[in-house]
Design a protein around this ligand. Structure first.
Ligand SMILES: Nc1nc(=O)c2c([nH]1)NC[C@@H]1CN(c3ccc(C(=O)N[C@@H](CCC(=O)O)C(=O)O)cc3)C=[N+]21
Length: 286
């Protein structure tokens, strides 16, 4: 019943913009190249890697994959980051998070050269997002949320937005980006009392907790826009979002809108990542 905000159309618009730019780079002898660094085999990392590799192939972006076992040491990972940093043929790096708990994630993220930080994981990139200076790249997923709202013509300025989840990967940066676009933003999280009372008052709800189908009908009212950032795998191994889609989608009504999982924000995230790689490759030419 609700409008489905599928990612494909948003992605297509991004590709249309990228294809001639990639052609120009290649004609100038530059092969835009993305490094993907993965530690272990988390299913959400593998899902992203599959989509990103396929997308890069069709667009003509080269991918260099660096894979480490789940029990790799921080020193081993830092060695890989150093290789990425010094290889001039690599334009951007996607380092999957979260890293194994034994690692100092902040230290690893900050080791990545800021000009190759196309997923906004380093402190310098995050500072750009939080201070809204326009410097550095925002996390691709956060930007995918805004690209999707813009593509479907859903207004943000002056609207009440509740973001569920306060991670540095998505919750906090997307909240800052929405704030920069003049939304009234509430960040709710695991310690929020009666989070559903907050979300029911919102125009837009961003679900970013990474808990499979955690948000049911009690969180929503008709007419809302729901962005489901979750990439979870349920007990049967099926990919699902943070929203209990089957129960929530009909409730939103004809004025409401929701991103599905899969085929929603995941694909847009991948396209945004490719756009960031092209941008750094172009910057290297100047
Ligand atoms: N630094 C960092 N940034 C991330 O953005 C990040 C990360 N680490 N770690 C892993 C999670 C997961 N993630 C996905 C993005 C797209 C799809 C995607 O496109 N999925 C397809 C489905 C593909 C399939 O069928 O497996 C879809 O939703 O339609 C999946 C997963 C980004 N993450």
């Amino acid at each position: 019943m609700a409008k489905l905000l599928t990612g494909k159309e948003v992605s297509s618009a991004i590709w249309e913009n990228l294809m001639p730019r990639i052609d120009r780079l290649r004609a100038a002898g530059v092969a835009p190249t993305l490094a993907i660094v993965r530690v272990g085999e988390r299913p959400d990392d593998l899902s992203y890697e599959r989509t990103a590799t396929k997308r890069a192939d069709t667009l003509g972006i080269a991918v260099r994959r660096f894979e480490l076992p789940a029990d790799a040491t921080q020193a081993q990972l830092e060695e890989v980051v150093d290789v990425v940093n010094t290889d001039e043929a690599i334009h951007g790096c996607l380092l999957f998070r979260p890293l194994p708990v034994a690692m100092d994630e902040r230290a690893v993220c900050d080791r990545l050269a800021p000009e190759k930080d196309i997923d906004g994981i380093g402190s310098a990139s995050l500072a750009g997002v939080f201070a809204a200076t326009g410097e550095g790249f925002p996390p691709a997923t956060a930007r995918a949320c805004l690209e999707t709202l813009d593509f479907y013509g859903i207004p943000v300025a002056g609207k009440r937005v509740v973001v569920l989840g306060r991670s540095l990967v998505i919750g906090r940066p997307v909240a800052m980006m929405l704030l920069a676009r003049h939304a009234t933003v509430t960040l709710a999280h695991s310690r929020t009392e009666d989070a559903a009372a907050h979300t029911r008052e919102a125009d837009i709800v961003v679900c970013a907790t990474g808990r499979a189908r955690a948000f049911g009908p009690e969180y929503f009212v008709p007419g809302q826009t729901v962005l489901d950032v979750g990439i979870n795998f349920d007990d049967d191994g099926n990919l699902c979002g943070d929203v209990d889609f089957d129960a929530v989608e009909p409730l939103l009504g004809p004025e409401g809108a929701i991103t599905p999982v899969p085929r929603g924000l995941g694909g847009v995230t991948t396209s945004v990542t490719m756009a960031h790689v092209v941008q750094t490759a172009e910057a290297g030419q100047r």
